[in-house]
Design a binder for this molecule. Structure first.
Ligand code: R5P
Length: 257
């Protein structure tokens, strides 16, 4: 791995702890004005000081993040359909590597749909993107999206994560599940977890704690932070778990809900 690639990864996964607090605000690429993200600029500005990196789309980066900011960017570069469309797995690469470099990103992210109708297309997208990004030392985060008929269990998520790593992904994002350590052990690159749909704060903090205890390199969390009644307190609590191994009960108390 070359210096540039290593340097970019270390901007996302902090070398001090080997962990990452990524703030995911890319949901609009298929959900439109997602609850909590109606005014992206406002919520991003509030949460930015507590995130290690920001995962978002090109449009929201350009319009809603101050270019003077030093926050590392993980740019979503796949999409092309909506929540009311035909099939979410029918994704294409939506941003050129040239534009990603122009935007000075630290990594790019693309979804794969293993077992989905367009599985082959999304895996080919991943392989193509990785080959192009290798030329410039840009790390690729593979997002293991789950189709509505797929079980989010260790067997399925291990399959998805391992395939992503075999194709050359430098990091993988998946969901927490029972026997999560099996997913991590069989994936040779760092695994971060998505938070998923909004759940009670206590449960979301337990999820983050269990994930890192079982080997996750951190979180790439969105709705459970920006849809919380106190998003700033929530990201601080998640951060204390990820970087300081604070127990979820203590982190929950810090929310003062
Ligand atoms: C998928 O829609 C996006 O990549 C999100 O960034 C991802 O699902 C993480 O966000 P959340 O924690 O809300 O699931």
């Amino acid at each position: 791995m070359d210096w540039g690639m290593k340097n970019r990864i270390s901007r996302i996964i902090k070398p001090e702890t080997g962990r990452a607090v990524m703030l995911a605000v890319d949901h609009g690429y298929f959900l439109g004005p997602t609850t909590g993200l109606e005014e992206p600029r406002k919520i991003i500005a509030e949460l930015l000081p507590y995130a290690d990196s920001l995962m978002l789309t090109r449009g929201i980066l350009r319009t809603s993040v101050d270019p003077k900011s030093s926050i590392p960017i993980v740019l979503r570069v796949s999409g092309g359909n909506s929540i009311i469309g035909d099939d979410l797995s029918n994704e294409a690469i939506t941003v050129s590597v040239k534009d990603a470099i122009r935007l000075n990103v630290s990594a790019v992210a693309l979804s794969i749909y293993v077992g989905g109708k367009y599985e082959h297309q999304t895996l080919k997208n991943l392989a193509t993107l990785i080959s192009e990004c290798e030329e410039y030392g840009i790390p690729v985060l593979a997002v293991t999206a789950v189709g509505k008929d797929m079980a989010r269990d260790a067997k399925y998520l291990s399959l998805s994560c391992r395939i992503a790593a075999e194709l050359g992904a430098h990091m993988v994002k998946t969901y927490y599940c029972e026997d999560f350590q099996k997913v991590v052990k069989s994936c040779p690159v760092p695994v971060v977890i998505a938070g998923g749909k909004k759940i009670p704060e206590k449960e979301a903090l337990e999820l983050a704690y269990n994930a890192v205890r079982e080997g996750a390199a951190g979180v790439d969390m969105g709705r459970n932070i920006f849809q919380s009644p106190n998003p700033v307190a929530m990201i601080k609590a998640v951060r204390s778990i990820v970087h300081e191994n604070v127990r979820p009960e203590k982190a929950y108390k810090s929310l003062k809900l």
